[in-house]
Ligand binder design. Structure first.
Ligand code: ADQ
Length: 485
């Protein structure tokens, strides 16, 4: 289980993330509708705040006027020691801060899609002011000794506002996406400002050592910060900042227990039967160009073209959750995926339809049903901070059977060593690895799955939080280098 709750009674955990754990909607006559938010981040942090108590600051999805900053405060547990503090955004802020800088600039840039990154100075101005908004709420809802835990690239400047107000604050930030190489990050016109924002933390954590390396070199090259590459520390502004790799884990028990339910096993069996072929292959992603969905479809197409006997044997189901639908790049991706699915089915359907495409979110039990039914899961992003789907598939099937094909460009590949791997940019290599997985001897399949399952269970969500908490609480007692910049 988790470590004991943070020991000091006067030292609460205060989380900030772009979206909060609850989504609020004013629905006229029915009043205020409150539903749990659905995202990987929320499912990761929920058990932690549940355990520790504390506060969580985030946008609840409601739009307001410029002078409305804070919305509702709502309890998160029935013990009454954890609260959600709602941030309200204006329509313009959603466009400039969220859809603009966050999702059309920082997101593509950090995933190495430099040509997709839009640099708009007015939007950056807005990103700044929204970060100040979150910081104001954090400052109001926390005490000076609290542990402020900020999440992701939306809120990179929040540490600066907190540090300004509270020089002694304990601030940590977890960066959920990759951190790119310095020459890529340097193309951001506000690269130095963003870096300085992050360096106002005490601890910055990433999913992999390579993101840590990129960050350290970037701080060195762009800011001239003093860096200790061995311990992963940066000396800056009279403080020591710890930078470390702590890959996020999942609450595997949840998936394991759903997977053992007879009714879900029955449904999985039916799904497999209904699909018609010998092999069911699955992809599950947010519809995002980083996830490599068109490339994955092209690998399936290559397979059918070069091994036509499989067009009757394989059913490939791609489930895509609608995501960032207001952003142009996501609209054209949607068209591309739909066209590609249409083309493949047009070419290879005889009595059996080889590709099925679902453009919608699934309930967790349905998601688990699909994971269970699938002989193989394709997690083949072009770039991905970590990727939780890979771990969820393993947790669901760990006691049964299943094969994972993983891109080396997903952060999870650092932990899930026994997965099959393929370069998603090569349809041929991907197709060959799919065949290898389908035809693999049962013994080897079992051995690989068992090793994957072991690492998903060992490095789970409580392992993650324990490591972060330890680094944070021990790191904070270390005093500062005298020669800091
Ligand atoms: P995401 O880019 O959202 O997360 P991922 O880690 O795969 O990617 O998490 C997606 C989550 O959404 C999973 O929990 C999955 O179960 C769920 N999901 C996906 N498709 C679904 C569907 N159709 N219906 C219902 N649920 C669905 C970002 C980073 C990742 C990093 C996480 C956590 O981009 O690299 O792993 O944060 O840090």
């Amino acid at each position: 289980g988790l470590l004991k709750p943070l020991s000091y009674r006067d030292r609460r955990l205060v989380i900030a993330s772009n979206r909060g754990p609850l989504t609020l909607r004013d629905s006229g006559s029915k009043g205020l509708e409150i539903t749990p938010s659905v995202s990987g981040l929320v499912s990761a942090l929920n058990p932690i705040i549940d355990q520790e108590g504390g506060a969580w600051v985030g946008w609840g999805g409601r739009l307001g006027k410029p002078d409305e900053i804070m919305g509702k405060t709502l309890p998160l547990t029935d013990r009454n020691d954890a609260f959600f503090h709602e941030v309200i955004l204006t329509e313009e802020e959603v466009e400039a801060f969220y859809e603009g800088i966050s999702n059309s600039c920082l997101w593509p840039l950090c995933h190495n899609f430099v040509e997709k990154a839009l640099f708009d100075a007015e939007q950056w101005q807005n990103y700044r002011s929204v970060n100040i908004k979150y910081a104001q709420t954090l400052l109001q809802k926390s005490q000076p000794r609290d542990l402020i835990w900020i999440h992701d690239y939306h809120l990179a400047l929040v540490p600066t506002s907190i540090r300004l107000e509270r020089p002694q604050a304990q601030i940590s930030l977890f960066w959920h996406i990759p951190f790119p190489a310095p020459e890529i990050f340097a193309t951001l016109p506000w690269a130095r400002e963003l870096l300085k924002g992050l360096l106002d933390c005490n601890l910055i954590a990433f999913h992999t050592e390579s993101y840590v390396r990129n960050f350290l070199i970037t701080a060195e090259e762009l800011l001239g910060a003093k860096v200790d590459h061995v311990t992963g520390s940066i000396f800056w502004a009279g403080r020591k900042i710890i930078v470390a790799a702590y890959p996020i884990g999942i609450d595997w028990r949840d998936f394991e227990s759903l997977a053992s339910k007879p009714e879900i096993r029955q449904k999985a069996h039916q799904l497999k039967q209904a699909s018609g072929g010998d092999y069911l292959i699955l992809g599950v992603d947010r519809l995002d160009y980083t996830k490599g969905i068109p490339e994955r479809l092209k690998a399936i197409e290559w397979l059918f073209e070069n091994h036509p006997e499989y067009k009757r044997k394989i059913t490939f189901i791609q489930i895509a959750v609608p995501s960032r639908t207001q952003v142009k790049a996501y609209q054209s991706l949607r068209r591309e995926v739909e066209e590609t699915v249409g083309r493949i089915n047009g070419r290879f359907t005889e009595d059996h339809i080889p590709v099925r495409y679902l453009f919608r979110p699934l309930r967790k039990d349905h998601l688990v049903t699909h994971y269970l039914a699938a002989d193989m899961c394709l997690v083949t992003p072009l770039r991905d901070g970590l990727n939780l789907v890979a771990k969820e598939y393993v947790a669901t099937n760990g006691n049964y059977s299943g094969t994972l094909l993983l891109s080396p460009f997903a952060g999870a590949a650092n932990q899930l060593k026994e997965a099959l791997q393929a370069n998603p940019y090569s349809p041929q290599e991907t197709a060959e690895q799919i065949l290898k997985g389908l035809l693999m001897a049962e013994g080897e399949k079992k051995r690989r799955l068992h090793s994957l399952y072991k690492s998903v269970k060992e490095q789970d969500i409580s392992w993650w939080w324990k490591r972060i908490k330890q680094a944070w609480l021990t790191g904070s007692t270390i005093t500062v280098s005298p020669k800091a910049t």
